[in-house]
Design a protein around this ligand. Structure first.
Ligand code: IMP
Ligand code: MG
Length: 339
């Protein structure tokens, strides 16, 4: 653990929220940092309640965890305040002075722009236009906003101090590798780099401070909005297989395709992965739903996991087998022994 980066390996919606919340509880994580913005929806099912978090770290489920939003993040103030209320995390959440602000005009621009809204199929949350204003050096920052005053902090300093003191830190990325502005399927991408290095940069953590890069892959691939999706299934087929998901933020239907080893291999490379988490294995193999030990997987499911490890040469340490935070097989102890 001490510093683990969680990154999406495909096009977002891999289940990073569930993985981050599990790690927070299981490892008693001291500090969790969210990067990115409100275009992301991270779903956490905790104590029979479903949370769809767009800016608060998914680690909120562990009540002793300090929650932070990094300098590279873009904040919609009203969404942030609503989520603070929803998760009751007043008093333990901090926002970096330099996080930038999404204003109404950015949302209007995103939704009204034929290119962004129609051709790219953005989420319409104003994230791209807000980042553009930041690049133009015209953006408002968190320190300029009265309502954020109680939350302001130096996130980079907090994280690095925590690491110096031997504390456990997770940094939660958003979207997925192939939505990266640099490494994704440009122009069908989001407005920022989404890979592990950029996640660290947004939080203010140098590469030498990172111990584990956990790449999260769903057992199949989904994508919302426009852009290439190799092996895309017709919607009826996706429906039949139970892969037809509805997007958290926009309510759009997600496009679906089978697990893609070429993309996965590239994601491993781009992120410098040290571990893999596979989520939603129970959607592929319903007979394994709720399994918490590897021996309880069917031989088909085990074969799939072995194939991933053989082809990608990185250990699969976490396997999601259901919706709840604890529906997971945790193999870290046996697979990371040599560390
Ligand atoms: P934007 O990030 O709203 O500018 O949208 C750019 C592209 O990224 C569109 O195809 C969106 O559907 C996609 N996208 C943005 N955020 C997410 C996410 O959290 N999950 C999945 N796709 C996303
Ligand atoms: Mg999502």
């Amino acid at each position: 653990m001490p510093c683990t980066v969680i990154v999406g390996g495909f096009f977002g919606d891999e289940g990073k929220g569930k993985i981050a919340s599990y790690l927070a509880l299981k490892d008693r994580v001291d500090v969790a940092v969210r990067t990115g913005s409100v275009n992301a929806g991270h779903t956490v099912i905790w104590r029979d309640k479903e949370y769809k978090l767009r800016i608060i770290p998914s680690a909120f489920v562990y009540e002793k965890c300090r929650l932070l939003v990094g300098a590279g993040a873009n904040i919609n103030v009203s969404i942030f305040l609503k989520e603070v209320e929803l998760t009751k995390c007043h008093g333990r959440i901090g926002v970096d002075y330099h996080a930038s602000i999404i204003e109404e005009k950015h949302i209007k621009e995103d939704r009204g722009d034929k290119y962004l809204a129609k051709k790219i199929g953005t989420t319409g949350q104003g994230v791209g236009p807000a980042i553009a204003d930041r690049v133009r050096r015209k953006a408002k920052l968190a320190k300029d906003i009265n309502e954020l005053k109680p939350y302001l902090t130096d996130v980079a300093l907090e994280i690095n101090r925590a690491l110096t003191n031997g504390k456990k830190v997770i940094i939660e990325g958003t979207q997925g590798t192939f939505l990266s502005l640099y490494h994704g399927t440009y122009p069908y991408v989001t407005g920022r780099d989404t890979t592990a290095s950029a996640i660290c940069s947004e939080a203010g953590v140098g590469p030498t401070q990172v111990d584990q890069v956990l790449v999260v892959f769903k057992a199949y691939v989904t994508r919302v909005g426009a852009g290439p999706l190799p092996g895309e299934l017709p919607p009826e087929e996706a429906e039949k297989r139970g892969w037809a998901e509805i997007a958290t933020v926009t309510g759009r239907r997600r496009r679906a395709a089978p697990f893609n080893f070429d993309l996965a291999r590239r994601a491993i490379m781009l992120n410098g992965a040290t571990q893999i988490a596979i989520t939603k294995l129970d959607i592929l193999y319903p007979e394994i739903a709720g399994a918490r030990e590897f021996k309880d997987l069917s031989s088909e499911a085990r074969k799939f996991i072995s194939e991933i490890e053989e082809k990608l040469k990185v250990p699969v340490t976490l396997i999601g087998t259901g919706k709840g935070v604890y529906d997971i097989i945790d193999l870290r102890e046996e697979k990371l022994k040599r560390k």
